[in-house]
Design a protein around this ligand. Structure first.
Ligand code: NDP
Length: 258
């Protein structure tokens, strides 16, 4: 079997949080194209249902939509139950849901701080932990978390200290889980994208005027596209990455090199 065949994900059962749109939808599409069955997990059940239907229609795989708030442990438990009922097992988790708030540190309220940390860091912990419990019992699995280049650098000019801190937390959480579960065949890695054109960036009125500035700073002078994160995630989800755990993949067109 050639390397491309070995990288296919036929029959694997995967959940993607924040899967209704943006990076989550794009990576879920790649997983489906590679043959996996997908649970689209999102707050926005209407959009998640549309995405799941699109994946089934275009790829002949099974896809379900599950309304879940990743910050709520009871919701996360119910999500795992639904997946196990529908698919019987869980091979891969893409813990990707996240938000950003651009507020100067001195003006940030406790509630604003907590919301970003709850979704971006606690949400990744709760979903990775729930996935890990199933995978440890099953004898293996692969968890991919979405961090950000903001876990490595401080973005300018927009202030976003809670986001940056949450993403640095995701990178260290990823490494911690990878080490704890290494001998039990559960691999944990993360991706750290640079600026990617999604609703999070393109549709935020605050960020619109900044896009030109970011592009000027960026070595490639452009934002990334969600599709440019697909192949790394397919690699991490599949069996050819069996020696890859505890790694953080910076996909940022060299933004963090400057
Ligand atoms: P989008 O805003 O396009 O999509 C995020 C999705 O997550 C939305 O569907 C949203 O649902 C969902 N979501 C938000 N909160 C929750 C929650 N509590 N429970 C379940 N789902 C939730 O974002 P992106 O696709 O751009 O971002 C995806 C990830 O990538 C995030 O973690 C982000 O931080 C990270 N990232 C993004 C970059 C970029 O430039 N776009 C760069 C680096 C990292 P709803 O619509 O209902 O809010």
């Amino acid at each position: 079997m050639g390397i491309i065949e070995k990288m296919r994900l036929d029959g694997k059962k995967i959940f993607v949080t924040g899967g209704a749109r943006g990076i989550g939808k794009s990576v879920a599409t790649a997983f489906a194209e590679a043959g996996a069955d997908i649970a689209i997990v999102d707050l926005d059940i209407e959009e998640a249902t549309k995405t799941a239907q699109e994946l089934e229609k275009n790829n002949g795989i099974k896809s379900i939509a599950i309304k879940t708030d990743v910050t709520n442990p009871a919701d996360v438990d119910a999500m795992i139950e639904t997946i196990l009922k529908a698919f019987g097992r869980l091979d891969v988790a893409f813990c990707n849901a996240g938000i950003c708030m651009n507020v100067p540190a001195e003006e940030m309220t406790y509630e604003q701080w907590k919301k970003v940390i709850d979704i971006n860091l606690t949400g990744v912990f709760l979903t990775a932990q729930a996935a890990g419990k199933v995978m440890l019992k099953q004898g293996g699995g692969s968890i991919i978390n979405t961090a950000s280049m903001s876990g490595h650098i401080v973005n300018v000019p927009q202030p976003q200290c809670s986001y940056n801190a949450s993403k640095a937390g995701v990178i260290q959480l990823t490494k911690s889980l990878a080490v704890e579960w290494a001998t039990r065949n559960v691999r944990v890695n993360c991706i750290s994208p640079g600026y990617i054109g999604t609703e999070l960036t393109l549709n935020s009125p605050n960020l619109q005027p900044l896009i030109e500035q970011w592009n000027e700073m960026a070595p490639l002078h452009r934002m990334g596209r969600p599709e440019e994160l697909q192949s790394i995630c397919v690699y991490l989800a599949g069996d050819t990455s069996s020696f890859t755990t505890g790694s953080d993949f910076i996909i940022d067109g060299a933004f963090t090199c400057i």
